[in-house]
Ligand binder design. Structure first.
Ligand code: ARG
Ligand code: MN
Length: 318
């Protein structure tokens, strides 16, 4: 391997937020995975990896405060993602509830804005495309997709001072099987491609992910992957706050995602909704470790190793 083709170092960022969820236990998810040795686990496949930040959301007792807490947190998280992105590392955001996606992908969109649009593959049992007006639960983790598309709370949609971080045709949602009419109507109106679980089961996760990846790469300069652990079948990942039956098999996800982040155009990764309070036997933590290890494996099937954008920055981060 040539030196200028070293894989980018991984910058792990803990998103300590549970205020977005009805069950706040995932606030402690990133800390739990960190203490279990996630960084060392990822280094075992030959990449530099270290935690570069832990961002904690302010506590919110009443439901009215939760959206404010998430807005405040999202701005802080975005700053923690921008740093490593600018330094040429690969940001890997570890949740935390899925509301953290607003901070993660707003930062990535901001970073690439001068060059072009970003794409996103969103793997989830839910659509997470509510606005405060359509949400039945009022939970902000059901809203990040709408916010990234420029809808809903201005405090989320206008992060970094501009709205529309994602264009609808650069987003694909994969594995959805639990959603409400209001959020589905927004996505249908905007023309977002949703591969519902029925389609994933029929065609296979591998075929769906390959198509999703091609779609988000088509009109973009960079793309990312946001993986909600509740997309997996609860038998493989019971440790989430909102599990839904009949999900994606972990083995299928591991096979399809292997090496995906070796693409130089992969801008960031996100793994969310790990709830250690519901993971008595550690099964879900092991699934999280395996997923991130597969995604960040130095080489995928036929994928080229990613060049290191800034050798100096890589050395500093490793
Ligand atoms: N990221 C998640 N786990 N989202 C679950 C959202 C559930 C439901 N649709 C709601 O809005 O309350
Ligand atoms: Mn989600």
């Amino acid at each position: 391997m040539k030196h200028d083709m070293l894989p980018r170092p991984l910058a792990l960022i803990g998103a300590e937020v549970g205020e977005g969820a009805s069950d706040a236990g995932c606030k402690w998810g990133s800390q739990a995975l960190r203490e279990r040795g996630l960084a060392a686990h990822l280094r075992a496949s030959g990449r530099a990896a270290r935690w570069t930040g832990m961002v904690r959301a302010p506590a919110a007792r009443h439901s009215a405060q939760r959206l404010r807490a998430v807005e405040h947190f999202s701005a802080a998280l975005a700053q923690q993602v921008l740093g490593p992105a600018r330094a040429g590392a690969l940001p890997v955001v570890v949740g935390g509830d899925h509301s953290c996606a607003v901070g993660t992908w707003s930062a990535v969109a901001e970073h690439w804005r001068a060059q072009g649009d970003i794409g996103l593959v969103w793997i989830d049992a839910h659509l997470d495309a509510h606005t405060p007006a359509t949400s039945l639960s009022g939970a902000p983790h059901g809203m990040p997709v709408a916010a990234l598309l420029g809808h809903g709370s201005p405090g989320l949609a206008l992060l970094q001072g501009w709205a529309g971080k994602l264009k609808p045709h650069n987003l694909v949602i994969l594995g959805a099987r639990s959603f409400e009419a209001g959020e589905q109507a927004l996505l249908t109106r905007l023309g977002v491609r949703v591969m519902y679980m029925e389609e994933v089961a029929r065609r296979g996760f591998g075929a769906c992910f390959a198509e999703a990846l091609a779609l988000v790469q088509r009109h973009t300069v960079a793309w990312g992957l946001s993986f909600d652990l509740d997309a997996l079948d609860p038998a493989d990942a019971p440790g989430t706050g909102t599990p839904v039956a009949a999900g994606i098999a972990l083995a299928d996800a591991l096979a399809a995602l292997r090496g995906c982040a070796a693409d130089p155009a992969c801008a960031a990764l996100e793994l969310v909704e790990y709830n250690p309070l519901h993971d008595a036997d550690g099964r879900t933590a092991r699934a999280a470790f395996a997923l991130l290890k597969a995604m960040t494996a130095p080489q995928g099937r036929g994928a080229r190793p990613a060049p290191c954008a800034a050798a100096q920055a890589c050395a500093e981060l490793s």
